[in-house]
Design a protein around this ligand. Structure first.
Ligand code: ADP
Ligand code: ASP
Ligand code: MG
Length: 426
């Protein structure tokens, strides 16, 4: 017997028919003798719909009220799953964020979980009741509903798994594991048996939305065993306990898998893309000490995350252009803020472009192998794809390109690093 937390995403919960399929998967895990808690997302598209209502009601919406509205999608699906399980003869109940409770910091719309009170939950699971928990939501110290940022149900699931000391946290979604790249873009993408926490963290943070970045960081910190697998399965599917999906593992476990021949050591684990960034160019900024501090200080104070930065070669007269990227959602705010500081910073023009995409290549193998970036630049240039900015970390190289070339770039790189499924057979 094990204690399992199962999480089902929006596509898996979209409508009563799919919820019935989910209930069946849950019921089987319990019938296999496990104690089970389930974390659910809102139905696919529902959170977007609720966000739009907020925008229509008040363009400058209060994030605390936004949280009241957008958290409601998960309330509906958690109740519906509990009802469906009951209709199948299972004991089940929902536990809303404020009922557990899931304590979070005050930061509405992007709250972080601080702790989960799990004693009652554990007692209920031990009594054979299936606990159904709406993901994405928590409660602040002031007793108000908070949400964890888009895709946050993954983090709810990992946090619940840590709190109840679960043996495994199974993230059921609409693909059957973590692939070498988004399988919806590259048909030849390959499913991975395992990915390390470090690689998954980097992949998620550069746009592989299969897991929310924070959920991976939390799993790594708390040592939660996470498996990504599909909820779109038939009765003959391999049981979840046999790990049919992708396991997120420690470096040591990965070494063991490689030794046993179950995994190949790869230079590049995955390729991700992100269309949610926007580029800002400030022209003719004074080329002197302190100039960039005047630009990035105010953006940091406004909690606007700057990602890629390039300071171009200085022009004549001690001036230079500075190019950087910010999340698209923050572009208008960033622009207004920079305009306000125009005289202090001393730039000439602001040029913005939201039709850009960031393509990233990730792999721990890069720590010990040179040439990964060079392969990337050559493969892109052979296809005439222009690189507008570059950034690197120990295990990642990212480039910014024209958004229209996203799919082509991902496919070209997937082939260039020998990741295409057919290469395996070759
Ligand atoms: P859920 O609603 O279940 O949380 P998401 O839509 O958030 O599902 O995440 C699953 C999606 O992530 C897949 O449908 C797939 O298109 C996308 N994805 C992006 N990169 C990858 C990858 N490397 N491996 C698998 N899926 C990926
Ligand atoms: N429903 C929320 C969203 O769409 C949370 C989640 O699904 O993980 O962002
Ligand atoms: Mg998701």
């Amino acid at each position: 017997m094990a204690r399992i937390v199962m999480k089902f995403g929006g596509t898996s919960m979209a409508g009563t028919e799919r919820i019935r399929r989910v209930a069946n998967i849950v019921r089987k895990q319990q019938a296999a003798g496990h104690e089970v808690a389930v974390v659910v997302s809102a139905m696919a598209g529902e959170t977007d719909r609720l966000v739009n209502f907020c925008r229509e009601a008040n363009a400058l919406y209060d994030p605390a009220e936004y949280d009241v509205v957008v958290s409601s999608g998960e309330q509906v699906t958690s109740g519906l799953l509990a009802l469906t399980l009951q209709s199948m003869g299972c004991k089940a109940r929902s536990w809303l964020g404020w009922q557990l409770p899931v304590h979070t910091i005050e930061a509405h719309a992007k709250a972080r979980i601080e702790s989960i009170e799990a004693d009652e939950l554990i007692a209920s699971m031990q009594s054979g009741e299936i606990a159904v928990i709406p993901g994405f939501q928590g409660i602040s110290d002031h007793g108000r509903i908070t949400t964890l940022g888009r895709g946050g149900s993954d983090t709810s699931a990992v946090a619940v798994a840590a709190a109840v000391k679960a043996d495994r946290c199974d993230i059921y979604t609409d693909v059957d594991g973590v692939y070498t790249t988004d399988p919806r873009i590259v048909a030849k993408a390959r499913k991975q048996t395992a990915v390390t926490y470090e690689e998954m963290l980097e992949l998620a943070s550069v746009g592989a939305k299969v897991l929310q970045t924070r959920s991976v960081g939390l799993a790594m910190k708390e040592g939660v065993r996470v498996q990504v697998l599909s909820s779109f399965i038939g009765d003959d599917a391999i049981p979840a306990d046999e790990l049919p999906g992708t396991m997120i593992v420690s470096d040591e476990e990965m070494d063991q898998l490689v030794e046993k021949g179950e995994m190949e050591r790869q230079l590049v684990t995955g390729i991700a893309h992100d269309k949610n960034e926007a580029k800002i160019i400030l022209t003719r900024v004074p080329d002197k000490p302190g100039a960039v501090a005047h630009i990035f200080g105010p953006l940091a104070e406004a909690s606007i995350n700057v990602d890629m930065i390039i300071q171009n070669v200085g022009r004549d007269k001690g001036e230079t252009d500075v190019t950087f990227t910010v999340p698209q959602a923050d572009l208008t705010r960033a622009q207004a803020l920079l305009e306000d500081r125009r005289s202090e910073i001393g730039f000439n023009r602001i040029i913005t472009d939201s039709k850009v995409a960031k393509i990233s290549v990730v792999g721990v193998g890069m720590k010990s192998h040179a040439g990964v970036a060079a392969t990337m630049f050559k493969a892109l240039s052979d296809r005439g794809i222009n690189i507008q900015a570059i950034s690197t970390s120990e295990i990642k190289v990212s480039v910014m390109i024209d958004e229209d070339e996203t799919e082509l770039a991902v496919r070209v790189l997937h082939t260039a690093y020998g990741l295409d499924a057919q290469d395996e057979a070759a």
